[in-house]
Design a protein around this ligand. Structure first.
Ligand SMILES: NC(=O)c1ccc[n+]([C@@H]2O[C@H](COP(=O)([O-])OP(=O)(O)OC[C@H]3O[C@@H](n4cnc5c(N)ncnc54)[C@H](O)[C@@H]3O)[C@@H](O)[C@H]2O)c1
Length: 279
């Protein structure tokens, strides 16, 4: 049998690995023979992978975590996120976006191995990122952690924005940022891709159900599926994107929405995503 995915012995870093999609990705990678570094602020008691504690809303914690990580990384899976229902705007945005930007610029630019790959999970909520980029570009283009946080604080100002408002905003910023990294990584043969899931069963499901007024309304974000995705159904395309089977797939934003975005494009349903973050 040929190992088309070619994860055997590969150093794979997964953030958000304690639950949902990040756990499902880690499980698949272990089964495929990868050397998995599972990062999360929740404990992971599983000897088949290395647990690395990290609070992604803290620069010091990220620095400490990467101090324990290998100097050569083959595949990075940026998966962790917060819905914003239980955390404030700044913590949600910092976890969902600034951490990824910082990890890429401070660590992955040096540590990614030739032929490696990065894949981020954003969200369908990050759609229309190209239309509303003026809202987040000052943060994307800021230098380093402190300036990124300052740029965010300047945008927030004295407004008491709710945590959930940071969700789509952070996902838009990450979509843009991920694509902007292609030029940095392509010379090393390192690819960068994004998966944008629709509603998926995970630790976040109750939060999202609450934000749209009930579990049955979440079905509206599942395209023609009529059911929520399983976390493993988002893990599989992520594992594919970072595998050798996707060696010419670079700079793609893949929808994991069972057709929702295509339904919007052909006018079958109205576009729920075409709104500014700050009115
Ligand atoms: N579930 C959905 O419907 C859905 C839809 C679209 C996108 N997403 C995205 O999918 C990704 C995975 O989420 P999930 O749905 O599997 O949810 P989940 O809550 O099951 O998993 C998220 C993981 O991230 C970890 N995490 C969160 N903040 C952290 C921090 N500051 N430091 C360290 N770890 C942290 C959590 O502990 C958890 O293990 C997220 O980026 C989320 O925004 C989810």
């Amino acid at each position: 049998m040929k190992d088309y995915l070619n994860y055997t012995g590969k150093v794979c870093v997964v953030t958000g690995a304690a639950s949902g999609m990040g756990k499902a990705i880690s499980d698949m990678l272990v089964e495929l023979g990868a050397d998995v570094y599972a990062m999360d602020w929740s404990d992971i008691q599983d000897k088949s992978r290395h647990y690395v504690h990290v609070d992604l809303s803290s620069k010091a914690s990220i620095d400490e975590a990467f101090g324990k990580m290998p100097m050569k990384i083959d595949k990075y899976f940026g998966v962790a996120g917060l819905s914003g229902q239980q955390h404030n705007f700044e913590k949600t945005f910092t976890t969902n976006f600034i951490s990824n930007k910082y990890i890429v610029e401070a660590y992955l630019e040096d540590r990614m191995a030739q032929g490696g790959a990065l894949a981020f999970i954003t969200s369908a909520a990050g759609l229309r990122f190209e239309k509303y980029k003026d809202e987040y570009l000052p943060i994307v283009t800021a230098q380093g952690w402190d300036q990124s946080v300052s740029a965010l604080q300047k945008i927030i100002g004295s407004n008491d924005y709710p945590g959930p408002l940071a969700y789509g905003y952070s996902k838009r910023a990450l979509n843009y940022f991920a694509l902007s990294q292609m030029g940095t990584f392509a010379p090393k043969g390192v690819r960068v891709n994004v998966l944008m899931p629709g509603s998926t069963k995970s630790g976040m499901t109750d939060d999202f159900a609450k934000s749209v007024g009930g579990m049955e309304n979440l079905i509206n974000y599942t395209g023609l599926a009529g059911r929520l995705a399983e976390s493993a159904e988002m893990a599989a395309p992520m594992v594919f994107l970072n595998s050798d089977m996707a060696s010419y797939i670079n700079g793609n934003l893949i929808m994991g929405d069972y057709g929702l975005e295509s339904m919007i494009k052909i006018g079958m349903v109205p576009d729920p995503f075409d709104t500014k973050t700050f009115e």
